[in-house]
Ligand binder design. Structure first.
Ligand SMILES: [Zn+2]
Length: 205
């Protein structure tokens, strides 16, 4: 089924005015929040954010999702950009399994091992849908705000060219240090400070 815009509405947010797009022809209720004059840009800035109820809504410090979302929305309202919000909680394993994975992490496993122990891949997320949504808006090249090379590949393999990568800040705190280190070491994320990695290693040694 062809991916098309289902609705486009205006939503005032605490960051600024957004255009919100929903889509038909995709699996899942994914949306795009678009800010500023993105439609005049050849390669608008884009952030692909996967839903994290605990981090996005409740401010959990077990991960850095809340601050990442906040950073993207602030940056895009200052200039322009599109936030693709994918409803794939817990790297695609869902909320209940994410909470089970947290319990395994508390028993000493890293975030990827915990997913595998529950019978899932390291990362169940699908980024093709993000490319489909962008193309439905007529966008076939972007600047991608991400430290995650899987997102770049997910777009490029599905017809959206990543002209530049814009690196995100590191949002570290004592509670998410091991999580960030696992992302850098095992998830191939770039731009995370190597001292985080060393500190976490020392911590578990
Ligand atoms: Zn999170």
């Amino acid at each position: 089924m062809k991916v098309e815009i289902d609705e486009k509405i205006i939503m005032p947010t605490k960051y600024g005015r957004a255009e919100v797009f929903s889509f038909r022809g995709i699996d899942g209720e994914h949306v795009i929040f678009a800010f500023g004059n993105w439609s005049t840009l050849r390669a608008p800035p884009v952030r692909i954010h996967s839903e994290c109820l605990t981090g996005d809504v409740f401010g959990s410090k077990r991960c850095d999702c809340g601050p990442q979302l906040d950073e993207a929305m602030r940056r895009f309202t200052q200039s322009a950009g599109l936030l693709i919000y994918l409803r794939q909680e817990g790297r695609g394993i869902g909320l209940l399994n994410k909470l089970r994975a947290y319990r395994l992490q508390d028993a000493g496993h890293d975030t990827y091992e915990a997913n595998r122990l529950l019978g899932f891949d390291d990362d169940q997320r699908d980024f093709k849908v993000a490319a489909d949504m962008l193309r439905a808006l007529g966008i076939n090249q972007v600047q991608l705000l991400s430290n995650n090379p899987r997102k770049t590949r997910g777009l490029e393999d599905n017809g959206v060219r990543v002209r530049h990568r814009l690196f995100t800040q590191t949002h570290a705190c004592p509670d998410n240090q091991k999580y960030l280190a696992a992302k850098a070491e095992l998830g191939g994320h770039d731009g995370l400070q190597s001292n985080l990695l060393n500190e976490a290693k020392n911590d578990t040694a």
